[in-house]
Design a protein around this ligand. Structure first.
Ligand code: HEC
Ligand code: HEC
Length: 375
């Protein structure tokens, strides 16, 4: 066969496998495609390399000690495996740390969707009072005192003086490489029948059928990116941990809640902070279910320890929190048997591939600014 014939042949057989593959696969779900890249922040190997260093470098934080990787640890699912994340010294964080794996596919980032792009999100993280708590001018000056960064910002962005905005763009570009598209689930959706165990296949049927999960966990990310209150109970540390209480009150104040709410609320109002609509209290963005094998504990406040606990939670029709009036009617008791719960967990586990571990990069040192650069 000549080159054209081979191409035509492989295209036909590809089309045939795809058609075959899709005919018995659920239409509401799909394999994860290529990562979307915004036109104004194209990927280059040099930019990704710079972003990787910056992700692990504490230079982008107030105290020069709180890199992104502190709360997105590769060996902890690129998250923190505690109910709520620790925070900038003197605070706790107030929500569960999310994995950054596959975050490049979301249209809305954070548990309540407060950020619209990875570029914007990185800025919020580096500057946020309970996360990086950094100040832009200070962080920019620090970057300029690292010869390797001066050179890299010049090459990648044409900067004479590293711009902190460009640092966020580089981090975003790096995060667009932290994706996992070869899970057993993806392989199955792409036509490999043997990629899922019999148990996981039964779990998939429950997921799209009796258990109704696909109502909200749909598409390639297994998220509709809409907001619901499932009745996840409030974080149980608010009462005992003074630092957590202080942080929580700070957030209530900083995000502009009413005085009455500030004094009486003991639970995370979620989406309400952005819309100030009472009907949004307790609502959170449907999260992706990918990579969750490694990102326990679960939910915005980590109140569910294992995937089995999550399945039990849904089986019981969700839970109860302070904002009961807003609990979605889409969550109802399911009457799952023990075997069905096992199947559902097996399916959830098929949404994670191998653990993504990397060699952490070497962090370049700050050096006195040479006279030639001072201005
Ligand atoms: C002190 C801990 C901490 C630090 C430092 C931190 N994060 Fe996070 N990150 C979190 C927590 C907690 C959340 C969830 C916060 C929320 O929803 O309000 C989060 C959420 C995110 C998300 C959203 C994921 C999703 O599913 O929507 C991304 C992306 C992310 N962080 C990237 C970064 C980057 C990049 C940096 C460094 C510039 C960083 N983080 C620094 C704790 C931290
Ligand atoms: C009504 C929409 C809806 C339905 C139906 C639904 N979920 Fe969810 N799911 C959500 C939302 C919203 C969250 C986050 C809630 C929070 O943190 O308060 C969530 C969280 C999760 C999490 C935790 C993910 C993480 O990163 O912490 C898992 C696992 C999960 N759901 C699995 C399922 C399964 C399995 C089913 C079916 C039995 C299901 N969901 C049904 C909306 C839904």
């Amino acid at each position: 066969m000549n080159y054209k014939a081979i191409l035509a042949f492989s295209l036909t057989s590809l089309a045939a496998t795809t058609a075959l593959a899709q005919s018995d696969r659920p239409a509401e779900l799909s394999a994860l495609g290529p990562v979307p890249v915004p036109a104004d922040n194209p990927m280059t190997p040099e930019k990704v390399e710079l972003g990787k260093k910056l992700f692990f470098d504490p230079i982008l934080s107030g105290n020069n000690a709180m890199p992104c990787s502190a709360c997105h640890l590769p060996e902890a699912g690129w998250a923190v495996q505690d109910k709520i994340s620790f925070g900038y010294p003197g605070t706790t964080h107030w929500r569960n740390s999310q994995t950054v794996i596959n975050s490049a596919y979301y249209g809305k980032l954070f548990w309540a969707g407060a950020s619209g792009s990875l570029e914007h999100q990185a800025r919020s993280a580096a500057r946020g009072g309970v996360a990086g708590n950094g100040e832009d001018d200070m962080m920019e000056a620090r970057l300029a005192f690292v010869p390797e960064y001066r050179e890299a910002f010049k090459t990648v962005f044409g900067d004479d003086w590293p711009s902190v905005r460009h640092a966020y763009m580089a981090i975003a570009a790096y995060q667009r490489t932290l994706v996992q598209t070869d899970t057993p689930f993806d392989n199955y959706m792409n036509g490999d029948d043997a990629a899922l165990s019999a148990e996981a296949k039964r779990g998939l049927d429950l997921f799209t059928g009796k258990a109704g999960c696909v109502t909200c966990h749909s598409g390639p990310l297994l998220s509709d990116e809409k907001y619901y209150n499932l009745g996840v109970p409030p974080y149980d540390g608010w009462e005992e941990d003074p630092l957590a209480q202080i942080t929580f009150r700070f957030e209530l104040f900083a995000k502009g809640s009413t005085e009455e709410m500030y004094r009486t609320t003991k639970d995370d109002p979620g989406l309400y902070f952005r819309t100030k609509q009472k009907s949004d209290k307790g609502k959170f963005r449907t999260p992706s279910l990918r990579y969750t094998k490694y990102t326990f504990p679960y939910m915005h406040n980590g109140m569910l320890e294992t995937l089995r606990d999550v399945v039990d939670f849904y089986d019981a029709g969700g839970g109860e929190n302070e904002f009961a009036a807003n609990k979605t009617s889409l969550i109802q008791p399911l009457g799952l048997s023990d075997d069905e719960k096992d199947d559902l967990v097996a399916f959830l586990e098929s949404l994670s591939g191998e653990e993504m571990l990397i060699e952490t990069p070497e962090i370049p040192e700050m050096q006195p600014l040479p006279a030639a650069v001072q201005n």
